[in-house]
Ligand binder design. Structure first.
Ligand code: DNO
Length: 394
């Protein structure tokens, strides 16, 4: 597998030099300063690529070219935004960057309720706590008819939780949920998020899915033309939030979108932590089934709880079979090599705990500490190394 590392650009507290020190060679980044919906100018893509190469690295994956909400709802200025999106994919392809990750999540990108969940070993993890999320949705945001999305007992637990929360806790919860996490799209106020939610709910699941399919039908031919592998990132978390439709949460969702546009350039980002937050997603089976269409992998683990809550565990110590997953991905690499492909599947150690002096340090992106990801990468590298040795011996 190709070791890559997410970099948030020149303002990231983790530098390109640090990435080299971590041992990764591929960089995963985006032009974060360009507003969502605008076309990426060729010169800007080329200049960023040059900076990365000057540091002895290469730009392996664009994560993400974000989609404007108008594309997701197929309303407003979506025509213009799709044309801009095509221009961005062309600019990236012309620069020789072969992989583009994106998502089709409604309203909010990845979502957590607690960014400082203390673990037994005194480091901090990201956590999604269901009762806190429900407390926000029903009692703070007061989304119309929100109660209908939850069971009586879940509502009761959320109400008790809400009554115990201090104002500071309520504010922090709101900020975590609606202000957007690193690399995420969409930053809202209470009013603007209520409005966006209503607009997406009105589409219904199949209406929303159809909007994704129509986007793919337009974008994948452009990706084919410039040799770019598009890979959609799953919903994180992989279940409905705020009663919104979700269309990239399960193997069946993935199957539908891959079948609709059969080009190999219509692919998946296998985010182990996102798909893996549902117990009915079998990651090893998914890696086998979707192998040829997996163009990028996020390796991260989660510990799931009965009510849907989860937290981000050590990379090798969650509920998902990380070793089995890596082995299945190595099978796919072997298959590709037999067909004459020389590239390897880019993987990045996704998220990491806050530990050491990065805990509480301003400027460290939640989930994207240096030490936490370094530890994750080192553990994953060990697995890859051991599997390679064993596979060669067999
Ligand atoms: C979180 C990330 C997401 C991801 C986007 C892809 O850490 O996995 O922000 O980059 O959803 O479009």
């Amino acid at each position: 597998m190709l070791e890559t590392w997410r970099w948030f650009g020149p303002t990231d507290s983790v530098t390109l030099k640090n990435i080299r020190q971590a041992g990764a060679r591929g960089v995963v980044t985006s032009l974060h300063h360009i507003p969502t919906g605008d076309a990426w100018p060729q010169e800007e893509v080329d200049a960023r690529k040059k900076d990365i190469e000057a540091a002895g690295l290469h730009w392996a994956v664009v994560e993400s070219i974000p989609l404007h909400n108008d594309i997701k709802t197929r309303s407003g200025r979506y025509r213009e935004y799709i044309d801009n999106y095509k221009a961005s994919v062309r600019a990236v392809g012309r620069a020789g960057i072969q992989v583009v990750c994106y998502n089709f999540m409604p309203v909010v990108d990845w979502t957590r309720t607690n960014l400082n969940f203390e673990l037994d070993n005194a480091s901090e993890a990201l956590r999604f706590e269901m009762r806190d999320f429900i407390a926000y949705d029903v009692f703070i945001l007061e989304r119309p008819n929100a109660e209908a999305s939850y069971s009586e007992s879940a509502l009761l637990t959320a109400k008790q939780r809400f009554e115990q929360m201090s104002e500071a806790e309520k504010n922090a919860l709101e900020k975590n949920i609606i202000a957007g996490l690193p690399g995420g799209e969409g930053s809202y106020t209470r009013d603007s998020i209520r409005e966006a939610i209503a607009e997406f709910i009105a589409l219904g699941t199949e209406g929303f899915r159809e909007n994704l399919m129509r986007f793919l039908e337009e974008i994948i031919p452009v990706a084919d033309e410039v040799g770019v592998r598009m890979c959609i990132h799953p919903d994180d978390p992989p279940f409905s939030l705020f009663g919104l439709p979700r269309v990239v949460s399960t193997a069946e969702d993935a199957r539908k979108l891959l079948e609709r546009v059969p080009s190999e350039n219509n692919g998946l980002t296998l985010c182990a932590g996102s798909f893996g937050a549902r117990c009915d997603n079998d990651l090893v089976a998914m890696a086998k089934e979707f192998g040829p269409r997996i163009h990028f992998v996020h390796l991260r683990n989660v510990k799931r709880e009965d009510d849907g809550s989860f937290y981000e565990a050590e990379h090798l110590d969650g509920d998902n079979d990380m070793v089995g997953l890596i082995n299945a991905l190595m099978d796919e690499e072997q298959r590709r090599a037999a067909c004459g492909r020389t590239d390897r599947i880019p993987m990045r150690p996704d998220h990491g705990h806050a530990l050491g002096d990065e805990i509480g340090k301003p400027g460290v992106n939640p989930g994207y500490s240096f030490a936490g990801r370094l530890k994750g990468l080192a553990e994953l590298r060990g697995v890859i190394h051991a599997l390679s040795v064993m596979r060669r011996a067999n």
